[in-house]
Design a protein around this ligand. Sequence first.
Ligand SMILES: *Cc1c(COP(=O)(O)O)cnc(C)c1O
Length: 372
Amino acid sequence: MADLGLQFALIGEEIRHAIDEVLASRQFVLGPQLEALEGEMARYCERRFAIGVASGTDALTIGLRAAGVATGDEVILPAFTFLATAGAVVAAGARPVFADSEPQTLNVDPGSVRSLITPRTRAIVAVHLFGGAADIEPLVELASQRGLVLIEDNAQSLGAALGGKKLGSFGAVAATSFYPSKNLGAYGDAGMLFTDSEGIAERALRLRNHGQTGRYISAEPGWNSRLDEIQAAVLRVKARYLDRWIAARRAHAARYDARLAGVKGLHPLSPRENSFHSYYLYTIRITSQGTDPAARGDRVAKHLAAHGIDTSVFYPLPLHLQPAYASLGGKPGQLPVAERAAQEVLSLPLYPEMTNEQIDRVADAVREALRA
Ligand SMILES: *Cc1c(COP(=O)(O)O)cnc(C)c1O
């Protein structure tokens, strides 16, 4: 699905130099590399404040709490997303309420969100899935009308935009992940949250460091969740390449689009109009007239595997049907778009260093599998 070795061959020397500097400084936590990275990322994401934490999941958890989500609150989020979005809601003490997706982008459907609001709802988490924008503007409007906090899970879409405005700059808080496979990945775990609110920023800074307001004085229980200096130094090097890497991903995605156009039963996800997609993943839907679309996807995946081509299903089981959330009473048929998507999606290899020949080989194998 990706080849981080090729990337390292390009930037390895710069990375080693950056790590050596941290080793020489002997300052490993909450130092100058993190401070510089936070300033650079805040500018990149068009936000006033950026706060580095230990993972994308922690960025969501701490962001939710810093924005005022408290124990027992309900938080609405899409069922069709990575496990971490819901895990963070639970870690913040709140109760997840799962919404359906819209078919075009598989991002959360604002109409479904609206129908799930109760007097206990405190926040909405919108996920920008696969590098593409969610329908965020109606959610901004809805949150403001109903006095709710809007959080963007931007773990997959750093650098993407809608209407010329960066994703992650719409909600009260946005969270991103620097997990190694993400478009901007550390060499370990790391994450960051973004806000324009001084109050939220101050609280998040406290929460990532045991809730401390002064040395060994804690205003509220917090976490140990800091982005360490070695990862910050690595990320500062890699951030300089991010826009070039996104441009390469977009070119590859356009080539896939062209090579896969018109194949019966295959539908690439289409980006939202007026958006800039960052193609964390290139995802197709494989539809079938029969009752079991997942079996057809399986056959395509197996055919590609036989040709030495990796694929992956993001995500095979929507969150309302996960064993972890069985106690919330989710039932099959409840969120039809999310459930169908889980049966139909298949993500193809995509990384900046891919060659046109590789893209063509993957596309040809997909066509072949669907003809068979
Ligand atoms: C990767 C990811 C996260 C979690 O990030 P980690 O850094 O792995 O904790 C959260 N949400 C989504 C949508 C993700 O893809």
